[in-house]
Write a protein that binds this ligand. Structure first.
Ligand SMILES: [Zn+2]
Length: 65
């Protein structure tokens, strides 16, 4: 992960928790603002949402079989 001088650090490490709504309010706001400006992280966010959606379709019994 790289961020040039003066750039906002990327937020990919926070995306999983952001998708799960597990961040503190200030962190969540930081991620939301970053996603509006960074296409790379926005794409990663969409992927994370998709992954969580797929997981939500599974249930524990399916995973244990
Ligand atoms: Zn970014």
């Amino acid at each position: 992960m790289t961020a040039g001088p003066g750039d906002t650090p990327h937020v990919r490490q926070l995306l999983g928790a952001y998708v799960l709504d597990a961040l503190e309010a200030d962190e969540s706001g930081t991620v939301a603002r970053h996603l509006q400006r960074c296409g790379g992280c926005a794409a990663a966010y969409v992927e994370a949402v998709d992954a969580v959606s797929l997981l939500a379709l599974l249930n524990v019994d399916d995973l244990l079989e």
